[in-house]
Ligand binder design. Structure first.
Ligand SMILES: *Cc1c(COP(=O)(O)O)cnc(C)c1O
Length: 809
C-alpha cells in the first residue's frame, strides 16, 4: 500500500508541496479522460505529443488531488488542497515507481520480447499455466515505455507468477523496460522485420532486445535468430542444430494440426500443436520450453499444448441486431483489461444507452479489494444495465447503481436474451475465456459474410499522433471523414477522432454529417458539398457549409434570413488552381464582401486546396498556389474586419509544405495509414480487407479458368476460388494476374477475369486449404499503381456490402 508520501520518497524529489501526505495511492493516471478511481490516483503530467500539464485542471476538476509534474513554473495556486511533486522527467518518474514496485516481488517474472508473437505467447502461457499459478499478465499489448510501467504497477501480492511483454521501437528504449520488468526468465519469440524503424540492422535489434535479459536466470530462444547462441550463458535454446537443448527433429502438418518431434536430454517426445501455420508452431514451441523450464511433466505439456486455442485477442466493435453496437472482448477478464474496454465503450457515442455483460474474474482471486475497485469502476460509468454472470459476482449486485441482472451461467443468460431485448444501445461483452461469452456475442451480432474489412481504430490514433508531431505550435487539425472515412467507417472513426480532441471534421455531403451527429459526434463539422435542398438539415444538425460561389451564398443567406439566425459559421473556398469549386480571385469583389458582412453569417474559415502537393515536379505551382491563397485570404480578412482560420494543406501538404500549415490543416489519407510522401513516417495500416477460400481445384495444363476463357493454364495447377468480386469493389482490372493476394504470408496472383462476386487465384506454388483466410490487398499502393489508379480509389471503392469490423488493439 502506497501513500503520496511514500511515492515522494521513492522518487526522491526535493521539490514538492503536500497538503495531505497520507493520501493512499493505487492508481497511476496519465490521461485525464481515463480516470476511474479518483480517491487513490496520482496524475503524471507526461509530455508526449501533447503536454500533460495542460490537462491538470481537468484532472483536478474530476477529483484528482495528487500530481507529479515537471514544469517548475507551473502555478499550483488554484489547487490549494492538492499534492504536487516536481521531477525532471515525469515518464521516468512513473518508470521509477514501477521499478520500485517490481522489486517488492520475488515471484518468477517471465519477460517476453521479439518482433512478433509476444502477445500470443503471453496469452498462451497464461492459458497453459493458470491451473498452477495465479498468473499476472500485462494487459493487451501494453508493452511500451508507458505501457510497461502501468503493467508492472498492477502486480498484486496474491500473484504467483507474472508474464510481461516488452516492445521497443527505437534504440535505447530497452534499458528502462529492463529495470521495470527485470525478468527472471527471459523469452525471445522471434526476430523479423516488424518495427524496423530506428534500427540499422537485425543485429542491432538483437543487441538492444538482449538488454532485457540482463539479470535473467534463464534465457529461452530459438538459435536460428541468434548468431552466436553458444556464447550466451544461462541459455535454453530450441532449433534444428545439434547443440540446441530442445532439438527439433521433425515437423509434419496435416488437417490443421502439426506434429513436432523433438529431443530433450536424449529423450524423444512428440507434441501435437493444433495449428499448421509457421508462426503458431514457433509460438507453441516457445511455450513448450517455458513449461519445461518451469518443471512441468511432458504428459501435462503434451495435453495442454494440444488444447491450445486460437486467440481472438482483439477487442472488436461489430454491428449488432436491433440497431445495437456490440463491443466484443470475451477472451480475458481482469480489472486492467476491463478498464481498457470501458474506455473504448465510452469513446463510442452512437448510442446514449450503454450496457455491460460481465463474467466473473477467474485469474486474480476475487479479493474484497478487487471487488471494491470493481464496484467503484462500474459506478463511475453511466451504464444503463449491468449483466453479471457467475455467482462470484453476485455479492456486488446491491452495490451497483445501474439496473443489474444476474445469471449463474452463460447458458442461462442466452436462454433469457429474448426477454432482455437489447435495442439501440452499445453493449460491452467482457468475460474470462472459460465463460465462453463469444456465444452471447454470436447471438447479438448481425451475421457477416466471409469477406470483411477489418479496421484498426488504434492505428488511426497512432497515425494521428505522427501527424500531430509534424504540426507547428497551435496549428489546428481537421480530419477528412468524407466518403465513409475513406472507406473505413463513419461514426466509429469519428468517435475516436472526437475522443482524441480534433478541432474539426469534414464530410462531403450533408447526410454524412447528419449520421455523425446522430451518433453523438459534437465536434464542428464542415460540409464540402452542401446543396440548397439540404439547408434544413445543415441548420438542424449544426453543420457548417462550404460556400464556393455567389449563387450559393445568396441561397444560403436567403434561407437563414427567414430564420432569424445570427453569426452562422460558414467556410469560404477559394480556387487557386484546382479549378473545381471555389471563388476565383476576380470574384472577390465589393458585392461579395457586402454579402459576407451580413450579420446572419460569420466566416469561420477561408481555405483552398493544393493540386499537387505530393509532386516535387510541381513545386513551383504549389508555391504559387500558397502565395496566391495567402494574398487573397489576407485581403478578405482586411475587408471583413475580423479574423478567421486559414488553411490549405492536405496530408502531403502537411509534410512537404510545413510553412503552409497556417491556422489549420486538413488530414485525409494519412490518417488511414497511407503515406504518399515517402518521408519516413511510420504510419500504421488501418484497414485490411480479408476474404476466404471457398474451393480449391486441381486442373491440368491448357484448361482455362473463368469467363471468356481468359485464364489459360500453362502448367498443371491448383486454383482457389475466393469470395470477393467486382461487386465488392475488387476492381475488374486486377484480374488475369495483375492482382496479388496473400495467403499465410505467401503472395499469389489472380487468374482469369474477376467475376461479380468471386475471383480465382493460382495457388500452385504454395500450400493453402479451403477456408483459409486471404488478405486481398497485401500492398494497396502497389495494387493501385498496377492498374493505373491511386489508393484513394481502391479504398473508397470497397463496397458497403463488405462488412466492416472494428477493433482496438
Ligand atoms: C479530400 C480532401 C482533403 C484531404 O486530402 P488527402 O490527400 O487525403 O489528405 C483535403 N482538403 C479537401 C478540400 C479535400 O476534399
Amino acid at each position: 500500500m502506497y501513500t503520496i508520501a511514500s511515492v515522494l520518497q521513492i522518487l526522491s524529489s526535493g521539490h514538492y508541496f503536500l497538503s495531505d501526505s497520507s493520501q493512499a495511492i493505487s492508481e497511476l493516471v496519465y490521461d485525464s479522460r481515463k480516470i476511474r478511481d479518483v480517491k487513490e490516483s496520482v496524475f503524471f503530467a507526461i509530455k508526449s505529443s501533447r503536454d500533460g500539464h495542460q490537462f491538470i485542471p481537468d484532472a483536478y476538476e474530476k477529483g484528482i488531488r495528487s500530481f507529479v509534474i515537471s514544469d517548475s513554473d507551473f502555478s499550483i495556486l488554484p489547487y490549494p488542497d492538492a499534492n504536487f511533486i516536481w521531477v525532471d522527467d515525469t515518464l521516468k518518474a512513473l518508470q521509477t515507481l514501477a521499478a520500485f514496485h517490481r522489486k517488492q516481488f520475488t515471484i518468477p517474472v517471465i519477460g517476453i520480447t521479439g518482433s512478433n508473437g509476444k502477445t500470443i505467447v503471453k496469452e498462451w502461457l497464461h492459458q497453459l499455466l493458470s491451473s498452477e499459478y495465479n498468473v499476472y499478465q500485462s494487459p493487451k499489448s501494453y508493452n511500451s515505455q508507458l505501457g510497461v510501467a502501468l503493467s508492472v504497477w498492477n502486480l498484486q501480492t496474491d500473484h504467483t507468477l507474472a508474464i510481461i511483454e516488452a516492445g521497443i521501437s527505437r534504440p535505447g528504449e530497452m534499458e528502462a523496460l529492463q529495470q521495470m520488468i527485470d525478468p527472471s526468465i527471459g523469452v525471445l519469440t522471434n526476430l523479423g522485420t516488424a518495427h524496423m524503424e530506428g534500427f540499422i540492422s537485425k543485429n542491432d535489434k538483437l543487441i538492444e532486445k538482449w538488454q532485457l535479459f540482463k539479470n535473467a536466470a534463464q534465457i529461452l530462444f530459438s538459435s536460428s535468430y541468434v548468431p552466436d547462441a553458444k556464447s550466451i550463458q544461462n541459455r535454453f535454446t530450441w532449433g534444428t542444430k545439434e547443440a540446441d537443448d530442445f532439438l527439433i527433429l521433425n515437423i509434419s502438418t496435416e488437417h490443421g494440426e502439426s506434429k513436432v518431434t523433438a529431443r530433450y536430454r536424449q529423450e524423444h517426445i512428440d507434441f501435437v500443436i493444433p495449428f499448421q501455420d509457421r508462426a503458431s508452431i514457433e509460438n507453441a514451441i516457445t511455450c513448450i520450453i517455458v513449461m519445461i523450464q518451469l518443471g512441468y511433466d511432458f504428459s501435462v505439456i503434451q495435453e495442454r499444448i494440444r488444447g491450445l486455442r486460437p486467440l481472438e485477442m482483439r477487442l472488436q466493435l461489430k454491428k449488432g441486431k436491433n440497431n445495437c453496437s456490440i463491443i466484443d472482448d470475451s477472451y480475458s477478464n481482469d480489472l486492467a483489461s476491463l478498464q481498457i474496454a470501458l474506455d473504448f465503450l465510452n469513446q463510442q457515442n452512437q448510442h446514449t444507452q450503454k450496457s455491460l455483460i460481465l463474467s466473473g474474474f477467474v485469474d486474480a482471486k476475487s479479493t474484497d479489494k478487487i471487488m471494491d475497485k470493481l464496484i467503484r469502476l462500474l459506478n463511475n460509468q453511466l451504464l444503463k444495465r449491468v449483466v453479471l454472470i457467475g455467482s462470484s459476482l453476485f455479492d456486488i449486485m446491491s452495490a451497483i447503481n445501474s439496473e443489474v441482472l444476474c445469471y449463474e451461467s452463460t447458458a442461462e443468460l442466452i436462454a433469457d436474451l429474448p426477454r432482455i431485448n437489447f435495442s439501440n444501445e452499445a453493449i460491452l461483452i467482457k468475460g474470462a475465456r472459460k465463460f465462453h461469452l463469444e456465444e452471447v456475442s454470436q447471438q447479438l451480432v448481425e451475421k457477416s459474410h466471409d469477406t470483411v474489412m477489418e479496421i484498426n481504430l488504434k492505428a488511426i490514433e497512432s497515425n494521428l499522433i505522427q501527424y500531430r508531431s509534424l504540426l507547428r505550435k497551435d496549428v489546428k487539425l481537421m480530419a477528412m471523414v468524407k466518403a465513409f472515412s475513406y472507406g473505413s467507417g463513419s461514426f466509429e472513426v469519428a468517435n475516436v477522432l472526437q475522443f482524441n480532441k480534433l478541432d474539426y471534421l469534414t464530410v462531403a455531403f450533408v447526410d454524412e454529417g447528419v449520421e455523425l451527429r446522430k451518433a453523438g459526434v459534437t465536434l464542428p463539422i464542415m460540409v464540402l458539398s452542401p446543396h440548397e435542398g439540404t439547408f434544413d438539415d445543415v441548420l438542424s444538425y449544426r453543420l457548417e457549409p462550404e460556400i464556393y460561389s455567389k449563387r450559393m451564398l445568396n441561397a444560403f443567406l436567403q434561407f437563414i434570413t427567414d430564420r432569424q439566425i445570427k453569426g452562422y459559421p460558414i467556410h469560404i473556398k477559394l480556387d487557386t488552381g484546382m479549378h473545381r469549386l471555389g471563388f476565383m480571385a476576380n470574384e472577390l469583389d465589393n458585392a461579395l464582401i457586402t454579402l459576407l458582412k451580413r450579420p446572419q453569417i460569420k466566416v469561420a474559415s477561408v481555405f483552398s486546396h493544393l493540386v499537387a502537393s505530393a509532386d516535387t515536379a510541381q513545386k513551383e505551382f504549389t508555391a504559387q498556389q500558397i502565395q496566391e491563397f495567402k494574398m487573397l485570404a489576407g485581403k478578405l480578412e482586411f475587408s471583413l474586419g475580423y479574423p478567421f482560420l486559414k488553411h490549405i494543406c492536405n496530408t502531403t501538404g502537411i509534410v512537404n509544405w510545413p510553412d503552409a500549415q497556417m491556422d489549420m490543416v486538413r488530414l485525409g489519407i494519412g490518417l488511414y495509414g497511407i503515406d504518399l510522401s515517402d518521408n519516413g513516417l511510420h504510419l500504421e495500416l488501418v484497414s485490411v480487407l480479408k476474404t476466404t477460400i471457398s474451393q480449391i481445384k486441381q486442373l491440368n495444363a491448357a484448361e482455362t479458368v473463368g469467363y471468356d476463357r481468359k485464364g489459360v493454364l500453362k502448367r498443371d495447377s491448383r486454383i482457389a476460388t475466393v469470395k470477393i468480386g467486382y461487386a465488392d469493389g475488387y476492381d475488374r482490372r486486377l484480374g488475369n494476374g495483375l492482382g496479388k493476394m496473400m495467403i499465410a504470408g505467401q503472395i499469389v496472383p489472380t487468374i482469369g477475369n474477376v467475376c461479380m462476386d468471386m475471383c480465382m487465384l493460382d495457388i500452385t506454388d504454395i500450400t493453402a486449404n479451403e477456408g483459409d483466410e486471404v488478405i486481398v490487398f497485401p500492398d494497396l499502393i502497389q495494387a493501385s499503381k498496377d492498374i493505373g489508379t491511386i489508393p484513394y480509389e481502391l479504398l473508397v471503392g470497397i463496397s458497403s456490402r463488405v462488412k466492416r469490423v472494428y477493433f482496438y488493439e
